[in-house]
Design a protein around this ligand. Structure first.
Ligand SMILES: *[C@@H]1O[C@H](CO)[C@@H](O)[C@H](O)[C@H]1NC(C)=O
Ligand SMILES: *[C@@H]1O[C@H](CO)[C@@H](O)[C@H](O)[C@H]1NC(C)=O
Length: 366
């Protein structure tokens, strides 16, 4: 670098900057399903940490959180969007997320908003109470009531800016109807009810309009092949098919590339929306319990798998970055900012931002 004059250096860094902004660069991000409950100082910790890793997207959920400490994060508890009855809305969570998205934006980060979860449905939220986990996906009254929820969220007016979320592409990367729809019903059920996903995406897309600058996303399933159902590739309302995968085989570049090619020829984008490297040594990265892996082994898993996903050209969101030390509760893929594995994740995310992507996300990132 000593060879460059000051002006040559300036030119070089301008070129480097324009390269970063180029159409085909990949990116990384993270999930934090309970981000609505973060305090302002936790938000600063999370977003400045994510920014230092070049991360561009945070995926959040709307389901209520009753515990004051989740994964070691001290959060404000908040109710679900619909608690007493389907169609009766408590906007607390939406108002909390209004503040989260303002803060995120200052760090160059947008939100991916998951508007409901299989977890809440199967855990007996109001939809679970009224419909159970089967009729919810099958009965016309359930789907039309759920569509009303989606429309309510898309039309929520930001409580300080006054703009409806559906017009806030500066803050919002994408919307998905439900985290891991139908997941506990098994793969055959998901295959048989693919239309549920396309129908919800159509509701979302129709409300957003075709030039919203906000992506319509699927929300993922258990693993790669289950996450990429054939009719979703031909559903015009779906922009992005989310991959959730924790099995090591699904992290192989050559396996991912097959899906990339299918998605590209169908005109869809892929996002590796949930993945992680387990803290324990359980076989196949299956992570309920086990013996603690040596830090160096976990870090090399993290580094290798991230680079394999990046090499296939697919942007990824880690499950999850915490704004506190990871307390190592049960299913433990998390990495706290400042934990021993944080710098490895940081490097992997920065490398993604410099790499070429198979899909052009540039219009959707800050
Ligand atoms: C929904 O529709 C089904 C079938 O038509 C009916 O049996 C059920 O009572 C309805 N449920 C609600 C909550 O409206
Ligand atoms: C781990 O994955 C391999 C290959 O897919 C499989 O044969 C094996 O049964 C898996 N082990 C467990 C414990 O799931």
């Amino acid at each position: 670098m000593k060879l460059f004059s000051i002006s040559a250096l300036a030119t070089f860094s301008a070129l480097a900057t324009s390269h970063v902004a180029q159409a085909t660069n990949s990116f990384a991000g993270s999930n934090l399903y309970y981000a609505a409950g973060l305090s302002p100082s936790e938000r600063v910790t999370l977003f400045s940490g994510m920014q230092s890793a070049g991360m561009k997207v945070l995926r959040v959920w709307l389901d209520g959180q009753s515990t004051a400490s989740t994964k070691g994060t001290a959060i404000t508890s908040y109710p679900s969007l619909e608690t007493s009855a389907v169609g009766t809305y408590d906007d607390t969570v939406l108002n909390l997320l209004d503040a989260v998205m303002i803060d995120a934006n200052e760090y160059g980060i947008k939100l991916l908003i998951s508007m409901h979860s299989w977890n809440a449905l199967s855990g007996g939220d109001i939809y679970g109470q009224w419909y159970g986990t089967g009729y919810f996906y099958e009965w016309a009254n359930a789907t039309s009531q759920f569509d009303n929820r989606l429309l309510h969220v898309l039309n929520h007016k930001h409580n300080t800016l006054g703009t409806p979320w559906k017009s806030m592409s500066k803050y919002i990367f994408g919307f998905e109807a439900q985290n891991e729809a139908m997941i506990g019903k098994g793969e055959a059920y998901i295959q048989a009810h693919q239309n549920w996903q396309c129908d919800r995406a159509t509701t979302i897309k129709n409300e957003l309009g075709s030039n919203s600058g906000i992506l319509v996303v699927t929300g993922g399933e258990s693993w790669m092949s289950e996450s990429v159902q054939p009719s979703w590739l031909s559903c015009s309302a779906i922009d992005v098919i989310s991959i959730h995968a924790y099995g090591v085989g699904d992290y192989s570049t050559s396996s991912i590339t097959t899906y990339v090619n299918n998605a590209k020829s169908a005109g869809k984008k892929l996002l590796f929306q949930e993945w992680g490297a387990c803290y324990y040594d359980t076989e196949n990265n299956s992570c309920p319990v086990g013996n603690v892996l040596a830090t160096s082994t976990r870090n090399s898993n993290l580094k290798n798998w991230a680079s394999q996903i990046t090499a296939a050209g697919v942007p990824w969101l880690y499950w999850q970055v915490l704004p506190n030390d990871d307390p190592h509760y049960d299913l433990d893929f998390e990495i706290g900012i400042g934990d021993v594995s944080w710098s490895t994740l940081q490097s992997a995310a920065l490398a993604a931002r410099q790499a070429t992507a198979a899909f052009d996300y540039s219009a959707y990132l800050l």
